[in-house]
Design a protein around this ligand. Structure first.
Ligand code: DGL
Length: 269
């Protein structure tokens, strides 16, 4: 494997750019190639079987770009499909669940841990199982918050509407001695401020996008695969499976900078 090869980052859509943003901030010399499956988003309301079928198609497509590592930015795919992806690809595959749960286990101070995610992520029990292993004494409260995804896509991340939605999903957690909340969905970091306001200042917010960048950096270092910048700047390619114009128009909110060219790809070919 080649240290100069790109890191592949995959998500059901545009939300995984929050992971790419954290990754490129921590590892600015790495080439990246991002694939958002915008033709089939959202994954979070689908069955595990369908999520895995879609994820395998995207992962195989990225593997053809000779990536050195696959980062599964999508929590829903990480929850359902990691074993299938790991056995289908000849490269390391990293998901967001384990790093997010590790960070939550390190942050909790004896209270309960709240997991916020899509219906499919919560139904999989993946975060709950991982936290039982890493923080066996912490009560875990899992909460599906599906409306956060379209709110983030629309850019409705502050103000009355997201506040009311967050109150509806999360108000009762204030009475449950929650001290740590995991943003277990690529879109939720955009709503972090609103979520934090509703949960209260004593609750530590864990962003699975931040958490996975540590694991990526450790894995690349251990395998001798960190790229040295030399004279050439890092290159970033962005692919999606439908409506690249819409992808480009919402991407900046997630990435924090313009995304540049977005290439349309067909996963069936
Ligand atoms: N990327 C998904 C996740 O992190 C959220 C969007 C979707 O439902 O596909 O779970």
């Amino acid at each position: 494997m080649d240290a100069d090869a790109p890191i592949g980052v995959f998500d059901s859509g545009v939300g995984g750019l929050t992971v790419l943003r954290a990754l490129t901030a921590r590892l600015p010399d790495e080439h990246t190639i991002y694939l958002g499956d915008t033709a089939r988003v959202p994954y979070g309301t689908r069955s595990g079987e369908v999520v895995t079928r879609y994820a395998l198609m995207s992962a195989r497509h990225l593997a053809r770009h000779r990536i050195k590592l696959l980062v599964v930015a999508c929590n829903t795919v990480s929850a359902h499909s990691l074993p299938a992806l790991a056995s289908a690809l000849p490269i390391p595959v990293l998901g967001v669940i384990e790093p997010g749960a590790q960070l939550a286990a390190a942050r909790t101070r004896g209270g309960a841990i709240a997991i916020l995610g899509t219906p499919a992520t919560i139904a999989s029990g993946a975060y709950q199982r991982t936290l039982r292993r890493l923080a066996p004494l912490a009560p875990v409260i899992a909460r599906a918050c599906p409306l956060f995804v379209p709110l983030a896509e629309e850019g409705w991340t502050d103000g009355e509407v997201p506040r009311l939605v967050a109150e509806r999903y999360l108000a009762d957690l204030r009475r449950a001695r929650v001290d740590t909340a995991v943003l277990g969905c690529t879109h939720y970091p955009l709503l972090a401020r609103t979520i934090a306001e509703v949960l209260g200042p004593e609750v530590a917010i864990v962003d699975s996008a931040e958490a996975i960048t540590r694991s990526v950096s450790t894995l690349l270092r251990e395998h001798g695969l960190l790229r040295e910048s030399g004279d050439s700047a890092a290159r970033h390619r962005t692919l999606c499976t439908d409506v690249p114009e819409r992808f480009r128009s919402v991407a900046e909110r997630f990435l924090g900078r313009p995304v540049g060219e977005v290439e349309l790809v067909d996963l069936a070919t």
